[in-house]
Design a protein around this ligand. Structure first.
Ligand code: HEM
Length: 376
């Protein structure tokens, strides 16, 4: 990922030379992500893993980042995340398994056109009617695997709160401005369905939280600005009369906050590292993750917004603007600072379960591939 920094907008303070070591260096060979419902469960998995690692010659843990849900069950900026995900053909599940606001697990139905499995899994047909190339060799390693873009994004929570305060005359207006930037209210209720006020009833209704489009409902962005984060990241049906097929620019996302919360009401950043760890999964990171970041987050042309960038995650430098359509006159915010600073990232290949078994069980490998691929 470090080699692609310019394309990804990782310049200035987000440039690889400022990343946390060893991210972006040639020392990173394998990444392991472990998910657990609580610390005790995590430790019970990590202890034997650590023992197994210690027994391996030439392998050592050179970086670890703990991420976990905040007490608010929201991101550091105060918003619920993890609602919008693609609908994958043949997934055979009712939606995305999510931990709900009340702590149980439940399915959130995906919304939007069904997308071919090959956009997310190697070895399946993609949206273009092909198998996505290149695939790792041999086929047993590639099949049902995918590529991963891992990002560590530091968030300037104090700067975000300060910017809202400086541009609003009341707490309600601050919340509205933040919602206009994101495209959803803090609860997750989408502005298209709840344009005036946050609406927890919509946010917690799995059938409604994600059930909206832009073309008919909000063509000029009076509800959800054309330049808001979610409208940029997934324009849904808004680009249907253009040449862009949104379905080839989707990615599976998982994110979790890291670092302690900035105390409520504090408007200055305190130097503590906090932010979001993201993974984006898809078979073609160039036309999925890189396209979304470079064309939709760091540019405004596709939405008629010129050089305007994503107010939340764009590589703003203090001179940017954010337009909020409004009647009789639009509102334009100025001097947008950079709220998200890249602290590291890696592109990875994620094998499927059969490939992991194949990698782990040397006996099952044909001799030729064992020699060839153990060396590679
Ligand atoms: C600073 C880091 C970021 C924060 C705090 C953040 C926050 C959010 C929030 C609050 C939502 C709304 C919840 C939802 O619809 O699921 C969202 C949606 C989304 N974000 Fe981000 N995000 C960040 C970075 C990114 C980046 C770098 C990308 C891609 C390059 C991205 C892609 C998306 C996508 C695809 C959606 C779903 C949009 C939809 O389907 O309507 N986000 N994000």
């Amino acid at each position: 990922m470090a080699a692609r920094a310019t394309r990804l907008g990782d310049t200035g303070e987000s440039a690889p030379e400022h990343w946390d070591a060893p991210l972006g260096s040639s020392d990173v060979h394998v990444a392991l992500s472990v998910f657990a419902p609580d610390r005790a469960a995590l430790d019970s998995v990590l202890a034997p893993a650590r023992q197994a690692l210690d027994a391996l010659d030439g392998v050592s843990v050179i970086y670890r980042l703990d991420a976990c849900q905040l007490p608010t069950k929201r991101t550091h900026l105060g918003f619920v995340d993890g609602i919008g995900e693609p609908d994958i053909e043949g997934a055979g599940v009712a939606g995305i398994l999510q931990r709900t606001r009340t702590g149980e697990y439940g399915y959130l139905p995906p919304f939007g056109p069904t997308i071919k499995a090959g956009e997310f899994l190697l070895g399946c047909t993609n949206q273009l009617g092909q198998l996505t190339e290149p695939m790792p060799q041999p086929g047993v390693l590639a099949r049902n695997g995918t590529y991963v873009a891992f990002r560590k994004l530091h968030l300037r929570v104090g700067a975000f709160r300060r910017y809202l305060k400086d541009n609003a005359s009341s707490a309600e207006e601050e919340e509205l401005l933040a919602a206009k930037m994101v495209g959803r209210w803090p609860s997750g209720a989408p502005l298209v369905l709840a344009p005036e006020h946050d609406d927890a009833a919509i946010a917690t209704d799995p059938q409604r939280a994600n059930d909206f489009n832009y073309r008919q409902e909000d063509p000029t962005g009076l509800r959800c600005p054309l330049g808001s984060h979610i409208r940029r990241m997934n324009p849904r049906d808004a680009l249907e009369d253009g040449i862009v097929d949104v379905r080839i620019h989707r990615a599976l996302r998982r994110g979790a906050p890291y670092g302690p919360m900035l105390p409520e009401g504090q408007l200055e950043d305190d130097g503590v590292d906090r932010g979001i760890v993201f993974i984006f999964m898809g078979t073609d990171l160039v036309r999925q993750f890189e396209f979304i970041k470079s064309q939709w987050a760091d540019d405004g042309d596709f939405a008629g917004l010129g050089t305007e960038k994503d107010p939340l995650v764009g590589n703003n430098d203090g001179t940017g603007t954010f337009t909020i359509p409004k009647r009789p006159v639009r509102r334009r915010l100025h001097q947008l600072p950079r709220f998200a600073v890249t602290k590291g990232g890696e592109y990875l290949f994620m094998p499927g379960i059969r490939a992991l078994n194949w990698l782990g069980d040397l006996e099952d490998r044909p001799d030729t591939s064992r020699t060839q691929h153990a060396v590679k």
